[in-house]
Design a protein around this ligand. Structure first.
Ligand SMILES: Cc1cc2nc3c(=O)[nH]c(=O)nc-3n(C[C@H](O)[C@H](O)[C@H](O)COP(=O)(O)OP(=O)(O)OC[C@H]3O[C@@H](n4cnc5c(N)ncnc54)[C@H](O)[C@@H]3O)c2cc1C
Length: 347
């Protein structure tokens, strides 16, 4: 299906941004590949759209083809799961839990499509998709062919992947996962908050349904499960990634915070780095929950979510994001990086 001058705001969870010159909705892999080939042959800019839950689209809209992936397919063979890119991620997670399989149960309630999950290595509550993805089937625009990439070839890292690093090359068609049959139990509870909520020690498994339910409850309490009636969920989820500081940056940061008797959360990260909490930095820099008085404010439930209160433009949201980024830099010398993908705008 092709529509011209199509509004994009209703297709995003932030509900902002201008129209697409052309919006193509593809319901089969062949339609996806054909639409990409057609746009590429015409030299037309292309934006691949899943659930629109990780996008900030500028008010001018998109001057090219927006390809909306609406393919369907949930295929389970033993513990091997294959999802079509257009499958609704949260529904697929629920179905794996109902089948008694572990591996993605802590990723419950995350909006968007299955095909987007490898792009930023979607993660929450101690799990990310890199832990269970075995293969990603994608259309390679550079070589004009469908390829199957192994987990290692996806180059996953914290909220990052080969697909994010090279955004104009691959369109994800299918994602394959190796799940676990743990006799109805989850993978070990890795996250302190979930363990507390479930009344278990970190590292213990729990019943799959309990893990799934706990995550949904925790997420709802933070406005992180979509609810059209609740403006706190008109967001792109966490707007900033948790900063990963080099040993040198972390030492400088510690010196600064020690002077103020502040103790920031700190988690070991690869290559001797330390990951700290963007939410903590934002809050301590003076931007508490609900900060802002305009049409875009922080969520009243979560400092990391920038929200549209109903009538915000992309520029309103970006002005708030810049204020927060600059405030954190001034207070802590740490540069916050946006998690959502920016379309036609920069932070
Ligand atoms: C309330 C809320 C809570 C959230 N919580 C989390 C969380 O806990 N953890 C987390 O990691 N994320 C979270 N997110 C962010 C978001 O849900 C995920 O990043 C999700 O995977 C995005 O999926 P999507 O289909 O909506 O992608 P879109 O927003 O449509 O697209 C995002 C990017 O992926 C690209 N893309 C989409 N589909 C494909 C494809 N098939 N092939 C190639 N590229 C593609 C797009 O071009 C774009 O660059 C949250 C968002 C919201 C609104």
């Amino acid at each position: 299906m092709v529509e011209l001058d199509a509004p994009l705001a209703p297709l995003t969870t932030l509900r902002l941004g201008g129209p697409a010159r052309r919006l193509v909705t593809a319901t089969t892999d062949d339609e996806v590949v054909a639409a990409v080939r057609e746009a590429d042959a015409a030299g037309e800019p292309l934006l691949v759209l899943g659930g629109g839950s990780n996008l900030v689209i500028g008010d001018a809209g998109f001057p090219g083809t927006v390809l909306r992936i609406a393919t369907e397919g949930f295929a389970l063979d033993g513990t091997v799961l294959e999802l079509a890119a257009g499958e609704v991620w949260a529904d697929a997670v629920t179905r794996t839990v109902e089948h008694g399989l572990a591996g993605i149960e802590f990723l419950a309630g995350i909006p968007g499509s299955a095909g987007a999950t490898p792009v930023q290595n979607v993660g929450a509550y101690g799990q990310d998709v890199a832990q269970s993805i075995t293969e990603v089937v994608a259309y390679d625009r550079r070589d004009d062919r469908v390829v199957t990439l192994s987990n290692a070839e996806c180059a996953f890292s914290y909220r990052h992947s080969r697909f994010k690093a090279d955004p104009d090359r691959y369109v994800v068609l299918r994602v394959r996962f190796a799940l676990e049959d743990n006799a109805g139990l989850s993978t070990p509870v890795r996250y302190a908050e979930t363990a507390r909520h479930l009344g278990v020690e970190q590292g213990e498994p729990v019943k799959l349904a309990d893990a799934h339910g706990a995550v949904l409850r925790l997420r709802s309490g933070k406005g992180m499960v979509l609810d059209p009636a609740d403006h706190d969920t008109w967001s792109a989820g966490s707007f900033f990634t948790n900063p990963v500081l080099s040993a040198e940056q972390y030492a400088a940061f510690l010196a600064l915070t020690a002077g103020r008797e502040l103790t920031a959360p700190a988690y070991p990260a690869p290559d001797g780095c330390t990951k700290t909490s963007a939410a903590w930095l934002i809050d301590r820099a003076g931007f508490g929950k609900g900060y802002g008085s305009g049409p875009a404010t922080l969520s009243t439930k979560h400092t990391l979510a920038l929200t549209n209160r109903g009538a915000a433009t992309a520029e309103d949201l970006l002005a708030l994001a810049r204020e927060i980024r600059d405030g954190v830099r001034a207070a802590f010398g740490v540069e916050l990086v946006n998690e959502p993908v920016m379309v036609g705008v920069t932070l």
